[in-house]
Design a protein around this ligand. Sequence first.
Ligand code: HEM
Length: 320
Amino acid sequence: MQILFFCNPYKFTALTPQENILERISEKFKAIDQDPNTHLEGLVWSKPITYWDYIHTDALLNLQIQKTTLPDEMVFIMYHQINELLFKMILWEIDQVAFGTELTAPFFTQKLERISRYFDMLTSSFSIMQDGMEREQYLKFRNTLTPASGFQSAQYRMIEFSSTNIINLIDHRFRETIDRNTPYEHAYNHLYWQAAGKDHTTGKKTTLIRLFEERYKDEFIRSMEKYNVNNLWSRFQELKEEEKTPELKKAMRDYDYTVNVKWVMSHYHAAEKYLETKGKTVEATGGSDWKKYMHPKYQRRIFFPGLWSEDELKNWGEGV
Ligand code: HEM
């Protein structure tokens, strides 16, 4: 049977649910100069959808490739992959706020709460790293991945760029020298994390950061531009005073604390377990002065400084 499509001349004639769907399909394809009948014919021959085709489980479950024979290396690889998937979910939510038109306080709050839940999940699940691997195995397989480090997670850096103004990511020692007119390249070279990528004895950039930059620097500069006036902090500041509700402020503070203190501390404790014995530290795979670099009280990365009191800012990361 052939289905004929034409615009309904009797706009007020009640359509059956099936006719209604066909009418909408027709309008959709005609709007892009396509013959709706061709697309409906395609449906006749399409395969039934399955869970594995839709979720791409075959592709996903073939991405775990060990470099050693040590079983705990698998935990390490998979847990990092889970983190990257969650980072992608976080960026997905951030972008809806960053580029949302007609932003409202309830929508902003809801998205922030969702993002914090993802970060809470990453924070509490760090025990998979801390208690889920044998230290002896880690100390063996890490040799095969040197000089790679989670430091080279590009999505983590994108989360930073999209969360706050660039000035809040600049190394404290150089903040005075940077303002809104500073070229992106110059600001990039003074980001707080550049400190971990310098050999602290020679001042030279380490292989960790050199390779990271070769792969991602252009993308990072584009990302800094993209979020310059579209990050979570600038979108919050743009709201009218009455739209900055107590719920929204709380959600902003929770997010800042979850990412920049809670997650950071879980990570730090995992590093301590694997890289420190009896007060002696082992060099990190990425080669940073990690004990100083990673602690929030030294790093002092704060996305929304205007939402914390002077005391809270002064004591950031203390006593955690
Ligand atoms: C046994 C587990 C882990 C250890 C011992 C560890 C250790 C370290 C160390 C020492 C650094 C400092 C840079 C360096 O010299 O390498 C670092 C940075 C980093 N790691 Fe991990 N890490 C672990 C797990 C993870 C996981 C699961 C992730 C999630 C993707 C991750 C993400 C990061 C990020 C984003 C940084 C940069 C942090 C910043 O710049 O503030 N790490 N890690």
